[in-house]
Design a protein around this ligand. Structure first.
Ligand SMILES: C[S@@+](CC[C@H](N)C(=O)[O-])C[C@H]1O[C@@H](n2cnc3c(N)ncnc32)[C@H](O)[C@@H]1O
Length: 341
């Protein structure tokens, strides 16, 4: 398979590269904004689970207009390191930690955010129930940290998997927001259960004190929660958004889209730095993966080989920038690139 085959299969992946976005997810936020006008009046925004940074790019491009540039503050949080972006402060941290909430507030000089977005996703296991459960936990963690940093009346947008627990999640969101909608942007594949909750008008219950001691879903609720009826059952409106006559994310398109413009391959905008699969790529490339008929190379051995290789590369190629090179000296071009989620 050539490198352009993914360009054929995924039109938004290709467009993201051509327009300079770090990931195809940028289109999801742009399409949500087309429907909900999310950025109006926003000067302080938080991007939770931000790496590699395409949502932060959207926030920066939309909010940091000439007139408002001075006053706009954007904070991006992720477990993983992310290449710098002008006008975006990065916190490498965990959204389930109180210290992360405190750092965000410190950056806003004690003021609250107008908008919190979260495109958080765990590494999927392929076991649907497990993936849905972990995604639900991440959404609740995002909601929890949001209650620490969002101003009353503010907006929260987050990825949700429309699985078994969705009714419970909607109910929990409705406790804090007067309007909750579920939206599916055109760039999110129909074949995926991914959607986004758009929660408006943050209005926590009277006397509510944000608390990070137990941010997660403990499943001590009634297992029949989803069968609740009447006023106990929360059904939120569902909306498909984005230009519905635009590109279909589930379709394959020819490389030559427009007869007047010849196709040429565009490399990814920003390869990830220190991705979690870095070590596996290094081991595969250097034939260090365990084989059935030979004693497996120990992890220690592999790690020391990586460190050695890193120091050799630094000596030999002093001009390679830190952003282009992984922590173990792997050139970013060796690694899978644009985030697909
Ligand atoms: C789909 S990616 C986000 C893509 C991003 N919105 C973009 O447009 O570039 C999901 C991210 O969630 C992050 N993540 C998962 N759990 C997290 C946690 N507990 N705290 C912070 N980030 C987390 C992962 O590290 C990953 O980078």
């Amino acid at each position: 398979m050539g490198r352009s085959s993914k360009d054929k299969r995924d039109i938004y992946y290709r467009q993201a590269k051509e327009e300079g976005w770090r990931a195809r997810s940028a289109f999801k936020l742009l399409q949500l904004d087309e429907e909900y006008n999310l950025f109006e009046g926003v000067t302080r925004a938080v991007d939770l689970c931000a790496a590699p940074g395409s949502w932060s790019q959207v926030l920066a491009r939309k909010l940091r207009t000439k007139e408002k540039k001075e006053h706009v503050k954007i904070v991006a949080v992720d477990l993983q390191a992310m290449a710098p972006l002008p006008g975006v402060t990065q916190i490498q941290g965990d959204i389930t930690k109180l210290s992360t909430a405190e750092e965000i507030i410190k950056h806003f000089e004690g003021q609250s955010a107008d908008l919190v977005v979260c495109d958080g996703a765990p590494d999927v296991t392929g076991l649907h129930d497990v993936d849905e459960y972990i995604q639900a936990q991440l959404l609740l963690a995002a909601l929890n940290i949001t209650t620490h940093v969002l101003k009353k009346g503010g907006t929260f947008v987050a990825k949700i998997f429309r699985g078994k627990d969705v009714t419970l999640l909607y109910s929990q969101l409705r406790i804090f927001f007067s309007r909750v909608t579920c939206a599916k942007p055109r760039s999110s594949r129909n074949s995926s259960i991914e959607a986004f909750v758009v929660c408006r008008n943050y209005s926590p219950p009277e006397g509510y004190v944000p608390n990070m001691s137990n941010p997660l879903l403990d499943h001590s609720y009634d297992v029949d929660f989803n069968q609740l009826e009447g006023s106990n059952r929360i059904i939120v409106p569902f909306l498909a958004c984005g230009d519905l006559s635009g590109f279909d994310s589930d379709r394959t398109y020819p490389l030559q889209l427009d007869s007047s413009k010849e196709y040429s391959y565009t490399p990814p905008t920003q390869p990830p730095i220190h991705p979690p699969y870095e070590q596996a790529c290094f081991m595969r490339k250097n034939n260090l993966l365990a084989k059935e008929d030979a004693p497996a190379a120990s992890l220690d051995h592999a790690l020391s080989a990586m460190q050695l290789s890193a120091s050799e590369e630094v000596d030999q190629q002093p001009s390679t920038s830190a952003d282009q090179r992984g922590s173990h000296g792997i050139n970013a071009t060796d690694l899978p690139t644009l985030t697909e989620k």
